[in-house]
Design a protein around this ligand. Structure first.
Ligand code: PLP
Length: 382
């Protein structure tokens, strides 16, 4: 009996990319073409992304991490500068600030939105502040009107960590179709993928030139046989093989995100006001639902989060954690950050779990997850 159940209930991961046969064929075509590194497919992906984002300039690169670091460098941010950023994100958001020699100044997030607290951000501005790096957590846009008004008041550049937010909209406008420098990620876990990869949308002419130099050795071609290096650039140009994956993915982005919203609607419908977990802020149709991350009622439970994750695994359901609070990592404690500074980020960091959500899921998979969570939590109450 249980063997039969197993065969109809394969392991459900918390995420999985959807790659169609057309994309696989396009990758094969690129592999056979003799041109594998940056070439026509990268140009095509950048043009298609630009069209999707209202004609804005697009510069692709090998990851959002590389993109955010180059965006900071392009804004001239370095030693002695401060950048305001939320204490809850993937650690890359803060790491890139450290990597350019600047100081990350953390502020708390909303408990349910997980987005940057803009009152705290305003209070954290000092004469050294040069930029603000918000994260559109899970694809829920930060309050863009207040954010850009704050930036204008204090003459700050905004570098958006939009790793979760391709296809998200703020008041009907796509994230990345406006604003300063908007950095997307195309890691396989994100809403569309190029395997590894990312893209920056926006930037002034001068910033774009800087990004191009940092992306490729600082090199400029002089005629047909000469080169000059204008700055000690790195190397984070995307390959045509990766871009072919992205071209195939972009065609499905709207459908993928619609599917994510439908699956999340099912979670909300099944749990409603009687959820045994604390549900994240729902947002509206502009939410791209990169991840679905409720909070566990840990203080009411006899089990830890890791025991919850193990109990779900025993039911063939994968659960992730996005994310622990950044300021409590050793690298940031070394700057003087400590427990108690950002209560919401710390509580989310302790209690959050990422439940399965990806476009190939069926509504009945959501039913299965909800049933398993209800069962595990009912058996674990104090
Ligand atoms: C995934 C992610 C990144 C890093 O993206 P890469 O493309 O893997 O470098 C940065 N910030 C957030 C919030 C992310 O989720």
């Amino acid at each position: 009996m249980s063997a039969v159940q197993k065969s109809v209930q394969p392991f459900l991961p918390f995420t999985r990319p959807s790659i169609d046969e057309e994309t696989i064929a396009l990758v094969a075509e690129v592999l056979r073409s003799g041109w594998l590194a940056t070439g026509p497919k990268v140009a095509q992906l950048e043009a298609e992304l630009s069209r999707y984002l209202g004609g804005r300039p697009i510069r692709s690169q090998t990851s959002a991490t590389a993109g955010m670091e180059m965006a900071l460098l392009a804004c001239g941010i370095g030693p002695g500068d401060e950048v305001i950023t939320p204490a809850l994100s993937f650690v890359a958001t803060a790491n890139v600030i450290m990597r350019v020699g600047a100081r990350p100044v953390f502020v708390d997030v909303g408990l349910d939105s997980r987005n940057i607290d803009l009152d705290q951000a305003e209070a954290a501005v000092t004469p050294r502040t040069r930029a603000i790096m918000p994260v559109h957590f899970a694809g829920l846009p930060a309050d863009m009107d207040r954010l850009y008004a704050l930036a204008a008041r204090h003459k700050l550049r905004v570098i958006e960590d939009a790793a979760h937010a391709i296809g998200s909209q703020w008041r009907g406008k796509r994230i990345g179709s406006f604003g300063d420098l908007v950095c997307f990620s195309f890691h396989p876990n994100k809403n569309i993928t190029t395997i590894e990869g990312g893209a920056i949308s926006g930037g002034s002419a001068e910033e774009l030139k800087s990004i191009e130099l940092h992306r490729w050795h600082g090199l400029v071609k002089l005629g047909s046989d000469g080169f000059d290096t204008l700055l000690p650039g790195g190397k984070s140009n995307l390959s045509d093989v990766a871009a072919a994956v992205g071209i195939g993915q972009l065609k499905h982005l709207e459908a993928f995100n619609a599917r994510r919203r439908a699956l999340v609607a099912r979670y909300f419908e099944l749990w409603g006001a009687r959820a045994p977990v604390r549900l994240p802020e729902r947002g509206d149709d502009g939410h791209s639902w990169h991840v679905f991350t409720p909070l566990l009622p840990l203080t009411e439970l006899r089990i830890s989060r890791s025991e919850f994750i193990e109990a779900m695994k025993a039911r063939d359901i994968g659960v992730g954690v996005h994310y622990p609070a950044i300021h409590l990592y050793s690298c940031y404690r070394a700057l003087g950050y400590h427990e108690g500074q950002f209560p919401n980020a710390e509580r989310v960091g302790r209690e959050t779990v990422t439940l399965p959500l990806f476009p190939a899921m069926e509504l009945r998979d959501v039913d299965r997850v909800v049933h398993a969570v209800n069962e595990v939590l009912a058996g674990a109450r104090r």
